[in-house]
Design a binder for this molecule. Structure first.
Ligand code: FAD
Length: 271
């Protein structure tokens, strides 16, 4: 027989705190119990004593945001800084491609590949980081201090809401639902199209010179089936004649097998 534990479990206790005081009270309680490690509060950039670096020099490896920030702060405290960067450009993983940007990469064989960005003039793509959440306070601090222009970041996720007066009765709909429904509709349409084609449906295309092409049969079709398709096709074309069209609408028709010679048809009754 197992003995039941007496008292309140930690989980149960936290649940009760949450029920009574909400998530904030539960968060505080968990912090007090040492269950959550609070990040250090950020009190601003390091304040190096003015002139503390006088006569000292520092070599920094890498001109990424880390290396450049270190150089920026050390220089302010009078350190002589030199950044050594492996590549031809500063920024590290921060890399924005615009028209004319050359992107060099070394592939697995050790060969260097080169691509030139050919975007329209105002377009760009952040190949590395592009999102600065509100809690990236250090970076935001330097953006403000160095006057770096920021833009609103549109976070695109499956949880985004889509709203159009023309769809879903005008109500906002979750993108995930639209995407899933769309996949369902496409599968259904595809299944229908495949079924129709298997059943002998024909589709025609018109080329630049006004010639209409359409398959009317397959090897397995009987002569009667092919003749029936041919008649249906000619009738469809004759029916499509616009009321404004004058003169001979159907000038000629030829039937042939895939690589065979063309046989002219007598179109009496279809012109
Ligand atoms: C695709 C992608 C998307 C990201 N998205 C975000 C985002 O949206 N928001 C965000 O906050 N962060 C994002 N990050 C993370 C962010 O890019 C990094 O945290 C940040 O760039 C790190 O900066 P860093 O200076 O430490 O390193 P890096 O940017 O990597 O810079 C290191 C530099 O050191 C150079 N180097 C390396 N070795 C040597 C050497 N031996 N000698 C000389 N130079 C050397 C390198 O060439 C490079 O220029 C993303 C990263 C990637 C790859």
């Amino acid at each position: 027989m197992t003995r039941k534990k007496k008292g309140v479990t930690r989980r149960r206790f936290l649940e009760q705190v949450g029920l009574a005081g909400g998530s904030a009270a539960m968060y505080e309680t968990m912090t007090a119990l040492g269950l959550i490690n609070l990040p250090e509060a950020w009190a601003g950039p390091p304040e190096l004593p003015q002139g503390s670096g006088a006569g000292k020099s520092v070599v920094i490896l890498g001109a990424g945001i880390g290396g450049m920030t270190a150089a920026y702060e050390l220089t302010r405290a009078n350190y002589g800084c030199q950044i050594i960067e492996l590549t031809e450009r500063a920024g590290g993983r921060n890399h924005t491609a615009r028209r004319g940007t050359v992107i060099k990469e070394v592939n697995e064989k050790g060969e260097t590949t080169e691509q030139v960005c050919n975007f329209d003039p105002d377009l760009y793509l952040n190949l590395g980081p592009g999102r600065l959440p509100y809690h990236h306070r250090r970076v935001l601090h330097y953006c403000k201090e160095l006057d770096v222009a920021l833009e609103v970041y549109v976070m695109e996720t499956m949880a985004n809401l889509f709203q159009s007066d023309k769809a879903f009765g005008g109500s906002a709909t979750v993108r995930r639902r639209i995407a899933n429904d769309m996949q369902g509709y496409i599968s259904e349409m595809l299944a229908k199209a495949v079924k129709e084609i298997k059943a002998g449906k024909i589709e025609y295309r018109v080329d630049k010179t006004g010639n209409v092409h359409a398959p009317v049969g397959k090897v397995k079709f009987t002569a009667d089936q092919i003749a029936e398709n041919l008649v249906a096709f000619l009738e469809a074309i004759a029916k499509a004649k616009p009321s404004s069209a004058k003169g001979t609408y159907l000038k000629g028709a030829t039937v042939s097998s895939t690589m065979g010679p063309g046989i002219k048809l007598d179109l009496a009754g279809y012109r």
